[in-house]
Design a protein around this ligand. Structure first.
Ligand SMILES: [Zn+2]
Ligand SMILES: [Zn+2]
Length: 103
């Protein structure tokens, strides 16, 4: 049986958009500086997606106390919402909000 549960994968990676070295905490799959992500998951955390396209943060949304960022893959157009975590660059999030559309 396929498990759709979130799988925690702790990994460090280098952002392919801005080049910053990201220390993985097992939850965040996007760059804390530019907030770009990568299309690597079929289900969150599984890293089984073969697309591997960069995912652009195209919009943000405030849900209660949480901020959500909408990522869209520049290769295949797949969209996924992600939580903005503590330590992410909120100035970048505000810029996305300013130029983006509401989710
Ligand atoms: Zn980056
Ligand atoms: Zn993709």
């Amino acid at each position: 049986m396929e498990s759709k549960k979130f799988q925690r994968t702790r990994e460090d990676f280098t952002c392919e958009k801005c080049g910053v070295a990201v220390r993985g905490n097992g939850y965040t799959n996007h760059c804390p500086q530019c907030l770009w992500s990568k299309h690597v998951d079929i289900f969150p955390g599984d890293r089984r997606e073969m697309c591997r396209g960069l995912m652009e943060p195209i919009a943000t949304e405030k849900k209660g106390k949480e901020y959500i960022v909408l990522h869209r893959c520049i290769e295949c157009g797949f969209e996924r919402k992600n939580k903005i975590a503590d330590g992410d660059n909120f100035d970048t999030a505000k810029e996305i909000t300013a130029k983006g559309y509401n989710v």
